[in-house]
Ligand binder design. Structure first.
Ligand code: IPM
Ligand code: MG
Length: 376
C-alpha cells in the first residue's frame, strides 16, 4: 500500500467549517473509490483562536510546513478588525510558503445560471493565474501627518524579476497543456515601471514557448472582455491586486462566489500548497446550512490533481458539476438542500463512480496533475 498523503485541514471561521466538512466527506468517498489514503490533521486557526490566544500564522507554521497539502476553509470575523487575519494569516501563509501562483479557474459549468445573457459553457473555460506574493500585497507603505488635513499615505507595490518569472513560466507551461494562449493582464500605460518589467519577462520567456500565442490586455479592458468575450482567454497571468479584482468578476460570470475555487501553489516544492474556495467566511449565513459547498469541494479536486490523483480529481469535479446543475438556486434557502446535503450528494456520486464525466473538460485538472515539479 502506498504512503498516505499528509493533509492539514484548516476549517477557519464562519461558513468555513461547514463547507470544509463537505469537502472531507467527498474526500472519504474519493479515497474509497480510487484507493489512495490521506492522513489529516485539523488545525484550529482563525478568529476564535486569535481572540483567545492572540495567535496568528506563526503559531501554526511548523505544523503545516511538512504537510503534502493544506485544505483551507475561510477566515474573517466581525469581532476582529479588518486586516488582522487577512494579513496575519492568509497573506503570511502565501508569502512564507512561497505559494507563488494563485490559480483560479473561471469556468461556466453546464446547468449553472450566469448573469451574462447568452453565455454558454463552451465559451467560458479559462484559468487566471494571479501572482500571489508580491505587488501591493507586500503591505509596505507609510503615512505621514496621519489624522491631519495634511495626511500623506504612500503604498508600495513590489515587483521582482524572479517573482514575475516563476509565475509567468508556470503560466506558459499551463497554457502548453491547454489551448496554448497566454494573456498578460496589466496596466502598462499607467504603471509604467512595473508594467515594463512584466512585459519584458513575458517577451523573454515567450521565446522558450514558441507554440504559445501571447496576448496583452489592460486590466480595465479586461473587465469589459471577461464577461462579454471570455472565449478570448485560455490562461491569463496577472499581478496580485489585479488578479484579486478580476477573479471576483470571473466568479460572477461563472455563477457566483460559491462556485469559484483556487489553488495557491508553491512551485518549487519548498513548502505545501494551499487549496481554498475564493469566498470569504460569510458570517451572516454561517450555521444556517445556506452556503454552497461547491467552491470548497472543487478546491479539493484541485488538491487531488496537484497530488497526482488526476482520476479522482476529475471524478470530484464531474460529481460537483452534476449536483450543481440540478440545484434550483446556488445558495440560501432557495438552494433546495442544505450545505451538508449538497456535500452528501456529491460524495455519493463520487463513491458510486456514476458522475457524468462528459460534463467537464478535463484540461485543467489533467494539466495540474501533469506538472510534477510543483508537487511535494
Ligand atoms: C482572495 C481574498 C484575499 C485577498 C483576502 C481575504 C486577503 O480576497 O483570496 O481573493 O485579497 O487575496
Ligand atoms: Mg479576493
Amino acid at each position: 500500500m502506498t504512503q498516505p498523503y499528509s493533509i492539514a485541514v484548516l476549517p477557519g471561521d464562519g461558513i468555513g467549517p461547514e463547507v470544509v466538512g463537505c469537502a472531507l466527506e467527498v474526500l472519504d468517498a474519493a479515497e474509497a473509490r480510487y484507493g489512495f489514503r490521506t492522513e489529516r490533521s485539523e488545525v484550529a486557526a482563525g478568529a476564535n483562536r486569535y481572540l483567545e490566544t492572540g495567535e496568528l500564522f506563526d503559531a501554526v507554521d511548523a505544523r503545516l510546513r511538512d504537510k503534502d497539502a493544506i485544505l483551507f476553509g475561510s477566515m474573517g470575523d466581525p469581532r476582529v478588525a479588518p486586516g488582522i487575519l487577512e494579513r496575519g494569516f492568509i497573506l503570511e501563509m502565501r508569502q512564507r510558503f512561497q505559494q507563488a501562483a494563485n490559480v483560479r479557474p473561471v469556468r461556466l459549468y453546464p446547468g449553472v445560471p450566469t448573469p451574462i445573457a447568452g453565455l454558454t459553457p463552451e465559451r467560458c473555460e479559462m484559468v487566471i493565474v494571479r501572482e500571489n506574493t508580491e505587488g501591493a500585497y507586500v503591505g509596505r507603505g507609510s503615512t505621514v501627518h496621519a489624522g491631519t488635513p495634511n495626511a500623506v499615505a504612500m503604498q508600495e507595490s513590489l515587483n521582482t524579476r524572479a517573482g514575475i518569472e516563476r509565475v509567468v513560466d508556470f503560466s506558459f507551461r499551463l497554457a502548453l497543456g491547454r489551448r496554448r494562449r497566454l494573456t498578460l493582464c496589466h496596466k502598462t500605460n499607467i504603471l509604467v515601471a512595473a508594467g515594463q518589467l512584466w512585459q519584458e519577462v513575458v517577451e523573454d520567456l515567450a521565446s522558450l514557448y514558441p507554440e504559445v500565442e501571447v496576448d496583452y490586455v489592460h486590466v480595465d479592458a479586461m473587465c469589459f472582455h471577461l464577461p462579454l468575450a471570455p472565449e478570448r482567454f485560455d490562461v491569463v497571468v496577472t499581478d496580485n491586486l489585479f488578479g484579486d479584482i478580476i477573479t471576483d468578476l470571473g466568479a460572477v460570470i461563472q455563477g457566483g462566489l460559491g462556485v469559484a475555487t483556487s489553488a495557491n501553489l508553491n512551485l518549487d516544492g519548498s513548502a505545501p500548497s494551499m487549496f481554498e474556495a475564493i469566498h470569504g467566511s460569510a458570517p451572516d449565513i454561517a450555521g444556517k446550512g445556506w452556503a454552497n459547498p461547491s467552491g470548497a469541494v472543487l478546491s479539493l479536486a484541485l488538491m487531488l490533481g496537484h497530488l497526482g490523483e488526476g482520476e479522482a480529481a476529475r471524478a470530484v469535479e464531474a460529481a460537483t458539476v452534476e449536483v450543481l446543475g440540478g440545484l434550483p438556486a446556488l445558495a440560501g434557502a432557495e438552494m433546495g438542500a442544505t450545505t451538508a446535503e449538497v456535500g452528501t450528494r456529491i460524495a455519493e456520486l463520487v463513491r458510486s463512480g456514476e458522475a457524468d464525466a462528459s460534463l467537464v473538460p478535463d484540461s485543467l485538472l489533467g494539466t495540474l496533475a501533469a506538472l510534477p515539479d510543483s508537487r511535494r
